[in-house]
Structures are given as structure tokens and as C-alpha cells.
Ligand binder design. Sequence first.
Ligand code: NAD
Length: 353
Amino acid sequence: MKVIVTGGAGFIGSAVCRLMTGLKGYEVLNIDKLTYAGDLRTLASISARDNYHFAHQDICNRDAIVKLFDEFQPDAVMHLAAESHVDRSIDGPADFIQTNVVGTFALLDVARAYFDKLPADKRSKFRFHHISTDEVYGSLGSDGLFTEETAYAPTSPYSASKASSDHLVQAWHHTYGLPIVISNCSNNYGPYQFPEKLIPLMSLNLLHGKKLPVYGEGLNTRDWLHVEDHAEALVKILTEGRIGEKYNVGGCNELTNIDVVKRIFDTVQEIVPDISFENFDEAVTYVKDRPGHDWRYAIDPTKMQNELGWKPKYDFETGLRQTIEWYVNNRDWWEPILKNKYAGQRLGSAKGQ
Ligand code: NAD
């Protein structure tokens, strides 16, 4: 199966490329613009594989994307390229509209024209898999879960741009017959996550003797899924999901932010005993809440489990320890990011909160 992966140099896309190029029968073309969040070092372990290719390109550049489709002749597209950080979307929404909405439109348009020209035997197998977030559903109160039927109610520029892209993908299926599938996932964590996100941010702050900035009272709740579990779910959805369907992907690890930060503190302290803080209370600093901060996200993954037989492999404790150990042992990956690309960015906030 020849698969175009957009955003394959990002956190989740690189996990998908690493997984898929190690499976029998897959060939991957990664199309990535290499924004601040894209990093080819995440793909160093697979860059020499014969079944992996890379194109440095913006999904909004329609002519270039047409050419890549024509040359590669994909059987499927997995669309992960996006601006993905909520706080950045609040500070500067334009890039989010451009890539997440206009870019998804451009990619759909190219995929549709390509699909229409395919011979019948290839058309029946073609898939456009759009990767999205649970944030499109807005916020839950203290109970209930997001199902595939939950109405969309996005609240941030990021989630609104992702909701828009989901609607475009649905429309290209209903109007033009493009064979699509959409997945909406909860918060991912794991190795190679950009240091602006909650788990690396807090871990690296502790390694540097810096305080842990927590929004509000830290009581907002998120569901956490290890990125390798997400990548496996995505391959299953691509190959076994039903056309036109949505699948919610979650880890059933619902935790308040303060609980996650406490677990990070305890784990870092176990791995690196000489951190600067005597105890958790000394390490935490509560900062002004994010505007429009959603209260709670939680996924009902029943459809994934019953229909596709998918279950996450990592429990949160094991996954968190593996992730923190990876950051402790891979300074050469994140130190240049902190020094160069990330210089001047806000350090006091993180997705996941
Ligand atoms: P990321 O920010 O780590 O990576 C995004 C990648 O897209 C980067 O490599 C970047 O260079 C690339 N990119 C951005 N704009 C582009 C453009 N115009 N053309 C080509 N490439 C471009 O994001 P991520 O965390 O890996 O998320 C991947 C996808 O999964 C996104 O669509 C996101 O909305 C979705 N998602 C993420 C999470 C999460 O917790 N991280 C959860 C659910 C869904």
C-alpha cells in the first residue's frame, strides 16, 4: 500500500511513518513543510529505508501537491499536517486557518481529482484518512463522554479550524464521493513531542530547576494516549475502518492537569533524584488561566474497541515513565530546540492543560 502521510515530520506523523515503514507491504511518502514543529531528526531511524520518501512541501501549494500525487500514485492519504498548539492559535490564528482549513481544502481538491482518474479497481481501495482531535466537541461538564455522535462545539481558534477541516472532509465524501474516514483523538504523549506541550514542558522545567506553571487551579481534565498506541489505531482505521465513518480514539486515562503534573514530578524525582525542589508544592506555580479554557475532554472508545478490536497497549504510568526516561536520555534532541527554534516562545503554557 502506497501512503502519503502529511505532517510526517511532526510528533504523531513521525510515529506513523516509523510504524508503517516497519510493516510489510507499505511504502510511505511524507509531505511536510517543516514548520517550527517539524523535525527530520524524528525520522533518522527510517530515513534510509527503501519504502520511505520525503518531500519538503506545503500542503497549500496545490501545483506541487498535484505533482507529488502523480509521481507517487498513492493508494491512500493520511492527513496529519496541521498547526496544532492551542496557545499559539490564541496568539496568532492566521496560520491555523491557512494550514488547517485552506490546506485541508487544497489537499481534498487534489485527492478528489486524482481519485476521479483512478481505474475502478484502485478507486475501490483508495482512502483519505483525516486525523483530527477530540477538541472539536468542545467541553464536557463533570460527567459524560464524547461519542462519534456528539455535536461539534469547538471553542478555540485551533479546535474551530480542526472542526472546519473535519466538515470539509465530510462534505467531500457526501458531495463528491471521496472515500474518507475521520478519527478524533485525545491528548497524545510520548517521545519526540515538541517541548511546548504539557509533559515535555514540565519534565524539562524540572531538569532545569524551573517552576511548573499550571493554569488556574489545575483542575481541567484531559484523557491521555501514548503516541505509539495512536499510531497503531490510525493504521487500523486506515485499513479496516468503514468509508464515511468517524472513529473516536482515546486512552481511558482521564486525569486532572494537576494530577498529571504531580505524576511527572514524582517520576522525574525517581529518575533524577537531585532536582532542585524539595517537594511538589514548592515546584508548582499557578498561572492565569487560558481564555476560554475547556473544562473536560473524555473519549468513549467503544466503537474502536468493538468494531476494529483496538485497545491501547500502554497504561499511563508505564507510558509516562518511558517518555520521561526518553527525554532524560535524549538531551541532544531537545537542547537545540530550546536554544534555537524555541527561543522567545512562551514557556508558561502548554497543550494538555
Ligand atoms: P505537530 O505540530 O507535532 O506536527 C505537525 C506537522 O505538520 C509538522 O511536522 C509541521 O511541519 C507539519 N505542517 C504544518 N503545516 C504544514 C503545511 N502547511 N504543509 C505541510 N506540513 C505542515 O502536530 P501533532 O501533535 O503531530 O499532530 C498531528 C495531527 O494530529 C494534527 O492534525 C493534530 O490536529 C492532530 N491531533 C493531535 C493531538 C495531540 O495531542 N498532539 C491529538 C489529537 C489530534
